[in-house]
Write a protein that binds this ligand. Structure first.
Ligand code: NAP
Length: 246
């Protein structure tokens, strides 16, 4: 078991990729913090983790709010005694032609997808530095590498996160903390409900492997970056897109 004795805070783990990551980490021995903004969805994943025999702490917090994130980390540290892994995964899916995009829509995406990552990393970096071991993995998107029409806000946030990952990786490498990102293409999570059938069919056709990714495939990449085995890997962005970007 790769994460025996480790604790992981996984933001946005009440659904989709975050939930799959929490369940994989629990199967690999980690105790986990389950986060989101909806109490019921958090409680459902907490139960799933506990059914695997691991400890799960459900914490409702909006990652865009600095004080809420710091309170979440303090609660996790009080409960578990240490925090070893941060998976910064919470994100908003939204598309809008640029001509129609409002300031509020731009700010909302940047607040969660970019500032949320700063807030979470800022809150865990002190404790991780003190224990001289830590793993930070950011879930971004290939839109942060290639751009994507009608997603200028998400692409900007994800590209910004890539810069953040590379800069922070350099800054904290010497104290035993690695910082990496996984950049998925389209993945089968509840956000796909926002897309029309024709759009999904087009995505499948345009993806060389001919299908949409599963949340578990992204979780496995997070697990690699979070493992002891990846101690020499930092500042990297792993594109997981079925060949969409080669
Ligand atoms: N699915 C894809 O095709 C795809 C592709 C590329 C990248 N990604 C990235 O993968 C990550 C996860 O997406 P997903 O597909 O798994 O979506 P999802 O199923 O909608 O899950 C998103 C999670 O984030 C939480 N969340 C949203 N805003 C939050 C906030 N302000 N504070 C705390 N939690 C918040 C949601 O819970 P609440 O709504 O209850 O807060 C939920 O748990 C995102 O960063 C997304 O950009 C996904």
């Amino acid at each position: 078991m790769r994460f025996q004795g480790k604790t992981a805070l996984i933001t946005g783990s009440s659904s989709g990729i975050g939930r799959a990551t929490a369940l994989l980490f629990a199967r690999e021995g980690a105790d986990v913090v389950i986060n989101g903004r909806d109490e019921q969805r958090i409680a459902a994943v907490v139960q799933e983790v506990e059914a695997l025999g691991r400890r799960a702490l459900g914490i409702r917090a909006d990652v865009s709010r600095f004080a809420e994130v710091h309170a979440m980390v303090d609660t996790a540290l009080a409960a578990f005694g240490h925090l070893d892994i941060l998976i910064s995964n919470a994100g908003i899916f939204h598309h809008r032609p640029f001509l129609a995009m409002t300031e509020e829509e731009w700010d909302a995406v940047l607040a969660v997808d970019l500032k949320g990552t700063f807030n979470c990393a800022r809150a865990v970096i002190g404790p991780m530095t003190a224990q001289r071991w830590g793993r930070i993995v950011c879930v971004t998107a290939i839109s942060g590498l290639t751009g994507y029409a009608e997603m200028t806000h998400i692409a900007a946030a994800k590209t910004g996160t890539h810069g953040f990952v590379k800069a922070l990786a350099r800054e904290v490498a010497a104290v035993g903390i690695t910082v990496n990102a996984v950049a998925p293409g389209l993945v089968d999570t509840p956000i796909l409900a926002n897309l029309a059938t024709e759009q999904l069919d087009r995505f499948r056709r345009e993806t060389p492997v001919g299908r949409i990714g599963s949340p578990h495939e992204i979780a496995e990449a997070c697990a690699y970056f979070a493992s002891d085995q990846a101690g020499y890997v930092t500042g990297q962005i792993l594109n997981i897109s079925g060949g969409t970007l080669i």
